[in-house]
Design a protein. Structure first.
Length: 189
């Protein structure tokens, strides 16, 4: 429960309903559910927004304070007079919003270009051991991936096939191997 009451919820809510004289089917409704595990009945309470506001305003703790500030801010926002704008002012606001969206789109396009440039450096048929296993639908732990990686590196050197480097969030630069090498090594493991 958000309000962090120290009481059991069912006791707490029943006390609040009684103390505040909340009315069933006006301020709240109840739904009784049979629990399959122990055949007990669970009661779920659905509160009106007014009841929820009143309960949170009554709770004397940090979460109650937070809820009070939230509801007071909501009421302030409701009381702010709405300015009537002229068609020219509406057009200016829309133009400013359009400019803001255009700038954000440009920023995102720049980010995409950087990502694409990084991907262009990666050879098409090269994968990390974990990446290739994931592509094949197999899960592999880091220790096993490391063992397979050493075997792939040895075979790649023996056959004169280059070993590429790719970025990894956890380990920085890691080796990637041609898919033919990966297939051959993984099939023998």
């Amino acid at each position: 429960m958000f309000l962090d009451s120290k009481q059991d919820f069912s006791t707490w809510i029943k006390n609040k309903i009684s103390k505040c004289r909340f009315v069933k089917n006006v301020d709240f409704t109840c739904l009784h559910k049979k629990m399959e595990a122990n055949n007990a009945t669970k009661i779920e309470y659905f509160l009106s927004s007014d009841m929820a506001k009143m309960l949170s305003m009554m709770e004397n703790n940090t979460k109650g304070d937070e809820a009070r500030r939230y509801f007071l801010e909501c009421e302030k926002q409701l009381n702010i007079p709405v300015a009537v704008l002229s068609p020219a002012e509406i057009l200016v606001q829309q133009a400013q919003q359009f400019l803001k969206h255009e700038q954000e789109l440009s920023r995102l396009s720049d980010k995409i270009a950087v990502i694409e440039a990084k991907q262009a450096d990666i050879e098409e048929d090269y994968f990390s051991v974990k990446g290739y296993c994931s592509l094949m639908g197999e899960r592999i732990d880091t220790i096993e991936a490391s063992k397979i990686g050493r075997k792939c590196a040895t075979l790649s050197r023996q056959e004169g096939i280059k070993i590429c480097k790719i970025s990894d969030q956890r380990y920085g630069q890691i080796n990637s191997y041609h898919k033919d090498i990966l297939e051959r090594i993984i099939l023998t493991c």
